[in-house]
Write a protein that binds this ligand. Structure first.
Ligand code: NDP
Length: 288
């Protein structure tokens, strides 16, 4: 009897803890079908203690690439043999790609994902606009360089722990006009765009920023996403904001960029965005 043929399909996946809730297999499943790429994409729940060893094993056993999500994005920096410039800037990795020489490249596609969703899907202009970013953690850090590259008038980073915002602003000060403050020090009236890059929505909280930052024409964007409006989106709508968005589009766009890094093919995000709209997770007004 012949031995079963070895599985030659390229293996990918997402590592997190927990990770069962992840939409990445759904998204990459659509990308691989649409582009005709032969690949599998699975969930890997690794604890922080086992992350390094198990991620290395994945590649030793033939795996080609991984997405990295909470809480491993910072630990992933040390595992990579090399970092792309954007991962080095973000000091966090959300994508591992196996290179032909067997080494692991660490990349970060979150910033590109946010900018693509804001600019391409939502038609939001960044140049010359006043932007408030709430939060000074990994996600905030990862999006600063790509946002500053679009020359906003100013970016204010506001954080519950003001020192972290000040430190972050200092790190990126050469790239544009930005200030790091605590919530009570936010000044200058309303903003054109407010991005919630805190994890407050995950615990049902709203960052304690003053209501005076929101005008009816302010776009409010929560990086977090859920099946119903997040607490931040509800807060913004209550204050009269007419456009409050969740981070579904960022999630899809960062995934598309990871897919491009792995396969050399940029998938269209339109079929995924349509599938999310059919599930009422995205408003149907979202442009594509
Ligand atoms: P971190 O843990 O690195 O940072 C958390 C940040 O949230 C810190 O600034 C922290 O402030 C702040 N924070 C936490 N709880 C509260 C609260 N109750 N009130 C005010 N501030 C609070 O997380 P990340 O930066 O990695 O992720 C942030 C969010 O972005 C998460 O919701 C994540 O899911 C989302 N995200 C979405 C992506 C997408 O594709 N849509 C991609 C990446 C991230 P302090 O410093 O004071 O503790």
């Amino acid at each position: 009897m012949n031995a079963p043929a070895a599985d030659t399909t390229d293996q990918y996946g997402v590592v997190g803890h927990p990770v069962a809730h992840s939409w990445s297999p759904f998204i990459h499943g659509i990308f691989s079908r649409e582009t005709g790429q032969a690949m599998t994409y699975r969930l890997y729940d690794f604890t922080p203690e086992e992350f390094h060893q198990k991620a290395r094993e994945f590649f030793k056993q033939g795996g080609r690439g991984l997405n990295i999500t909470l809480p491993h994005k910072i630990a992933a920096v040390d595992l990579a043999d090399d970092l792309t410039a954007r991962a080095a800037h973000a000091a966090a990795v959300n994508t591992f790609a196996l290179r032909n020489d067997g080494t692991i490249l660490g990349d970060n596609t979150d910033g590109t994902g946010l900018v693509r969703d804001l600019c391409d899907n939502q038609g939001i202009v960044i140049t010359h606009r006043r932007i408030l970013i709430i939060g000074a953690g990994g996600a905030s850090r990862g999006v600063l360089a790509p946002l500053l590259a679009l020359s906003p008038a100013e970016i204010v980073i506001a954080n519950r722990t003001s020192e972290r915002a000040e430190q972050l602003a200092k790190t990126f000060e050469k790239l544009g006009t930005l200030h790091g403050v605590g919530f009570r020090q936010i000044s200058g009236g309303t903003f054109d765009l407010i991005i919630n890059a805190t994890s407050a929505s995950l615990s049902g909280d709203i960052p304690a920023v003053p209501a005076g930052v929101v005008a009816p024409e302010t776009v409010c964007y929560d990086m977090a996403y859920g099946k119903t409006d997040t607490p931040f989106v509800r807060w913004a709508l209550k204050l009269g904001c007419t456009r409050a968005l969740q981070g579904w589009g960022m999630l899809v766009e960062q995934a598309a960029e990871s897919f491009r890094v792995w396969r050399g093919v940029r998938p269209s995000t339109a079929p995924v965005l349509t599938a999310l709209k059919e599930r009422a997770l995205l408003p149907s007004m979202t442009a594509q």
